[in-house]
Design a binder for this molecule. Structure first.
Ligand SMILES: Nc1nc2c(ncn2[C@@H]2O[C@H](COP(=O)(O)OP(=O)(O)OP(=O)(O)O)[C@@H](O)[C@H]2O)c(=O)[nH]1
Ligand SMILES: [Mg+2]
Length: 379
C-alpha cells in the first residue's frame, strides 16, 4: 500500500490534490497545527496521510474529515460576517479629548509642524481663544511627548483640560485670596487704567474681608479728580459700614494711616490714569509715598484689552510702582479669555482675582488654575 503525505492550509485542497495524484484515495489520518499569535488571526495547517487503496474500515475517518471541513467553512463564514459588521476593531478605548470648535487650518499645521494629533487640536483651540502663538506653543509643548509613529509632539494626557492645567500650574503663580497676617496691618492699593473696575472691585474685596472674615477694614481714596468718584466710594463704604477717608497728598495719606491703628486691612483706591499719562501716574506715586505700612500693589486689567495693549499697561505701571499681582476684570464682556494666560506668562506677575460682572459683592472670584483652564476652554 502506497502512503503519501500532503501539507497545506485547507483539507479540501489537500484531498483534491491527493485524488488528482493518486486517483481513488483512502484517507488514513490527518494532523492539525495552529499558527500565529493572535487568537483571532490563528491559522490552521494540515498534514494529510492517504493511501491508494480504498479501505472500508477507514470510511468513518473520511466522514470525520468531511465534518471537520464543513465546520471549518462555517467558522470562516461566521468570521467574515463579524468582520463585515466591524471592519476595524477598536484600537483606543480611552475617552477622547474635547475637540476644538473648528478644523485645524493649513496655516496652523504649517506654523506648528512639530505637533500632531490632539496637541494640534488644542493649539488650534487656544489660538481661537486669543492665546498668543508663542504662549500657546510653550503651554502645549509642556504637556507633550514624542509620538514614535508620527514623529510629532502629541499630548500625553487624556483631556485638553489636563493638558492645559499642567503648564498653568507650572508657569503661572496664583496668590489665592488676599491674606492678612494676624496682628499685622496691611494695605492693598488698587491701580489701573481709567474705568477698568478699581472702585467697584475694591469694594467686592472689602466686602469679603468684612462679611466672610470679620476683619477690621478701612478704605481710603486718592481719587479726587473724577466728578462723583468720592460720592460713589463713600456710598459703597456706608453700605458696608467701613470707615472711609479721602487723601489728597502723601502727608494726608500718612496722617490717615497713622490714625487707623486698630484696623487690620486698608484698601486704597486710586484715580484711573491712561498709561501714557506719565504726569498723572507720577502724581499717584507721589501720594503713595505717604504709605508707611506693608503694602501690596494690585494692577487691574480688563479682559477686553488686546494682549499687546495689556503688556504695555503692565510695563508702564511697573515702571512707576512695584506691582505685586494682577486682578482681571470684565471677563463677562470678553470673547478672548486668552489674555488670562498671555499676561501672567509674558510678564511673570502672579494673578489674584477675576471680576465677572457689575454686581457688588457677588461678581468676583479668586483665580485658580482650574478656573483659568475653564475660562480658556469655554466649558
Ligand atoms: N461687565 C462688567 N462691568 C464691570 C466689571 N467690573 C467693573 N465693571 C463696571 O465698569 C464700570 C467702571 O467701574 P469702576 O469701578 O468705576 O472703574 P474704575 O477703574 O474705578 O474707574 P475710574 O475710577 O474712572 O478709573 C462700572 O460701571 C462697573 O460696574 C466686570 O467685571 N464686568
Ligand atoms: Mg474709580
Amino acid at each position: 500500500m502506497k502512503v503519501k503525505v500532503y501539507e497545506g492550509n485547507s483539507l479540501e485542497e489537500l484531498i483534491k490534490k491527493a485524488k488528482e495524484d493518486m486517483g481513488d484515495v483512502e484517507i488514513l489520518y490527518y494532523e492539525v497545527e495552529k499558527e500565529g499569535f493572535l487568537p483571532f488571526l490563528k491559522r490552521k495547517r494540515y498534514k494529510l496521510f492517504v493511501s491508494e487503496k480504498l479501505n472500508m474500515e477507514r470510511e468513518p475517518l473520511k466522514l470525520e474529515v468531511e465534518t471537520e471541513i464543513k465546520r471549518e467553512i462555517d467558522e470562516i463564514k461566521e468570521l467574515l460576517l463579524e468582520l463585515k459588521k466591524e471592519p476595524f476593531p477598536p484600537v483606543n478605548l480611552q475617552p477622547s479629548p474635547v475637540s476644538s470648535v473648528e478644523p485645524v487650518s493649513v496655516e496652523v499645521r504649517r506654523e506648528f509642524e512639530e505637533f500632531g494629533g490632539d496637541a494640534l487640536e488644542l493649539l488650534n483651540l487656544l489660538l481661537k481663544k486669543g492665546v498668543e502663538k508663542e504662549v500657546a506653543k510653550e503651554f502645549v509643548k509642556h504637556s507633550c511627548g514624542l509620538d514614535i509613529d508620527t514623529e510629532k509632539l502629541d499630548l500625553n494626557t487624556l483631556t485638553f483640560k489636563e493638558a492645559l492645567l499642567k503648564p498653568i500650574n507650572d508657569f503661572i503663580e496664583f496668590t489665592g485670596e488676599f491674606k492678612v497676617k494676624e496682628g499685622e496691618k496691611i494695605a492693598y492699593v488698587f491701580l489701573g487704567p481709567t474705568g477698568v473696575g478699581k472702585t467697584t472691585n475694591l469694594f467686592k474685596v472689602a466686602s469679603r474681608f468684612v462679611l466672610e472674615k470679620g476683619l477690621k477694614v478701612g478704605v481710603i481714596t486718592t481719587d479726587t479728580f473724577k466728578v462723583g468718584a468720592v460720592a460713589q466710594a463713600r456710598s459703597y463704604a456706608s453700605i458696608l459700614d467701613v470707615p472711609f477717608f479721602v487723601a489728597t497728598d502723601s502727608k494726608k495719606l500718612k496722617e490717615i494711616v497713622d490714625s487707623l491703628q486698630d484696623l487690620e486691612v486698608i484698601l486704597i483706591d486710586t484715580v484711573g490714569r491712561s498709561h501714557y499719562d506719565y504726569w498723572r501716574l507720577g502724581e499717584i506715586k507721589s501720594i503713595l509715598t505717604g504709605l508707611n505700612i506693608p503694602s501690596k500693589m494690585v494692577l487691574l486689567l480688563s479682559c477686553n484689552y488686546s494682549t499687546s495693549e495689556a503688556v504695555q499697561v503692565v510695563n508702564k505701571y511697573r515702571s512707576f510702582f512695584p506691582v505685586n499681582n494682577l486682578f482681571f476684570t470684565k471677563i463677562d464682556e470678553s470673547s478672548q479669555p486668552g489674555i488670562l494666560l498671555n499676561i501672567p506668562y509674558l510678564t511673570g506677575l502672579p494673578v489674584s482675582y477675576i471680576s465677572t460682572g457689575q454686581r457688588v459683592p457677588e461678581d468676583m472670584k479668586v483665580l485658580t488654575p482650574e478656573l483659568m483652564a475653564t475660562y480658556i476652554l469655554g466649558e
